[in-house]
Design a protein around this ligand. Structure first.
Ligand SMILES: [Cu+2]
Length: 155
């Protein structure tokens, strides 16, 4: 059995063929019936909505879902824990703020290798933030424990 959609399409194409035949007959038999051709064109135009409605379910099935890229966060937190920066490397977009919070049992600093920023001494539960405007890789360390290192990649 034909689905309702197919039946619609068959019906439309039957009507199309019939109107085309009538049009050809008019063209063959008389040049004075152009007014009738206009009427037939109007009938054809009036059928377009029927046809487009029939096609809509198919059209929506063909649409592919657009996958969005995961945006780079504009705000990132780094914790200082176990004598380490966690995570040691973060990637942010230009203009992002990074906040470091000392969750350790000892004081630490967040000090740029290139003197761009310096938190000073962060006691337990203290925080320090810096907004990265330029792109690049920015390394930092703790002046109290220089083996503690981290980096911020700004894209
Ligand atoms: Cu430290």
């Amino acid at each position: 059995m034909l689905t309702p959609l197919l039946q619609d399409l068959v019906e439309v194409s039957k009507r199309c063929r019939y109107i085309k035949e009538v049009t050809m007959a008019f063209r063959r038999n008389s040049k004075t019936l152009t007014g009738m051709l206009v009427v037939i064109e109007l009938i054809l135009l009036s059928m377009l909505p029927v046809f487009s409605i029939s096609c809509q379910p198919q059209a929506s099935l063909e649409e592919e879902p657009v996958k969005e890229e995961e945006p780079i966060p504009t705000y990132t937190e780094v914790k200082i824990s176990g004598f380490a920066f966690v995570p040691a490397t973060v990637t942010v977009s230009a203009g992002s703020t990074v906040t470091w919070t000392n969750q350790d049992s000892a004081p630490h600093t967040v000090t740029s290798e290139t003197d761009l920023f310096d938190s000073g001494r962060l006691s337990i539960n203290d925080s320090s933030s810096y907004a990265f405007t330029d792109r690049g890789t920015f390394s930092y360390y703790c002046t109290i424990h220089p083996y503690m290192k981290g980096e911020v990649i700004v894209e």
